[in-house]
Design a protein around this ligand. Structure first.
Ligand code: PBG
Length: 328
């Protein structure tokens, strides 16, 4: 035997010398759920440790998390039913909850990067990311809504808008609208390869944003989000979004899609974001609560594997607790 692979594993010091991937708090983007009111905090039952919070508590949290090293957030609004319609127009209300939240967070912690989600689902009576026309999710009329929403979020102070809707041509439509409104410095993180995934379940219950059950509209998001049987299509989506002007591209969900992450990493030079989604988080938490998995070790391992596959940044609900572990 000339090669003994175990030599370089024989103690912690030698292992640390050859370690290829290190997880740090610089890698994290924390998704947060905001709701109306004051001093309000509601647990999300399928996401232990994650809460819907009113803006005052959210701002407090952003401050505390910034001190832990979390420098970027992605925010979602719980929109009350009376503000929902089929146009999504509440999404670009200059005094809407999202716009108010961005301003308040930027006032309190100007250094934090805010990447609000751009899609109509929390604002849609149908729970779809786009406008419904003749029983279908209509691509081209949705583009205008997404562009309006993006300009409104940039105006409120968003650093980067994050379209998650999967309409064709939306990155270009948003880029043109932002530039025309003089928000040339507002970036675009596009959810380029977003799969129609059952792993989004807990998120949709957190926002009450699941597609509604009705004969007249599609029951799921498969006409715009990608089919999980495919991988080449992800490359097409990513290259389209890069060509349209995306600054950062996202692949989502995370762990079940690391083959896609590693393929895309070989092809593009732009930064890649990966989303460890609500269902992935829920699985880890449920097993940990049952004593079946070691919570801390599995979180670190799952996030490191996402980074090893090629992610430059990871959206994860576990960011605060993992930051505490890493800072120890
Ligand atoms: C909305 C959106 C979703 C997620 C992020 N943005 C849900 C969906 O597309 O139905 C999922 C995030 C998660 O599950 O953690 N367009």
């Amino acid at each position: 035997m000339f090669t003994r692979n175990r030599r370089l594993r024989s103690n912690a010091s030698i292992r640390s010398l050859i370690q290829e991937t290190q997880l740090t708090t610089n890698d994290f983007v924390l998704p947060m759920f905001v709701m109306e009111g004051n001093n309000k905090k509601e647990a999300i039952s399928s996401m232990p440790g994650v809460f819907r919070q009113s803006l005052d508590l959210t701002v407090q949290q952003v401050k505390e998390n910034y001190a832990l090293g979390i420098k970027a957030i992605n925010i979602y609004m719980k929109v009350s039913d009376n503000l929902k319609d089929n146009t999504g127009k509440e999404a670009w209300n200059p005094n809407g909850l999202m716009q108010t939240a961005i301003k308040a967070i930027k006032d309190a912690v100007p250094e934090v990067i805010i990447m609000p989600d751009v899609a109509l689902d929390p604002y849609s009576i149908y729970g779809h990311d786009g406008i419904i026309k003749n029983g279908k999710v209509d691509n081209d009329s949705t583009l205008e809504a997404l562009a309006n929403m993006s300009v409104s979020l940039a105006e409120a102070g968003a650093d980067i808008v994050a379209p998650s809707d999967m309409m064709d041509g939306r990155v270009l439509a948003i880029r043109e609208a932002l530039d025309e409104a003089n928000y040339t410095d507002c970036g675009i993180l596009s959810y380029a390869a977003k799969y129609a995934s059952a792993f989004y379940g807990p998120f949709r219950s957190a926002l009450d944003s699941a597609p509604v059950d009705s004969q007249d509209i599609p029951e799921d998001k498969k006409t715009y989000q990608m089919d999980f049987h495919n991988s080449r299509e992800a490359i097409t989506e990513v290259l389209d979004d890069v060509a349209e002007g995306a600054d950062i591209i996202m692949i989502k969900p995370g762990m079940p899609y690391l083959d896609i992450v590693s393929k895309v990493r070989e092809i593009i030079t732009q930064p890649i974001a990966v989303y460890q989604v609500s269902g992935e988080y829920a699985m880890i938490k449920a097993a940990a609560q049952n004593g079946w998995l070691d919570n801390d070790k599995v979180l670190i391992e799952s996030l490191t594997s996402i980074k090893r596959a090629g992610a430059d940044m990871i959206f994860t609900y576990a960011a605060p607790e993992v930051a505490k572990l890493l800072n120890k």
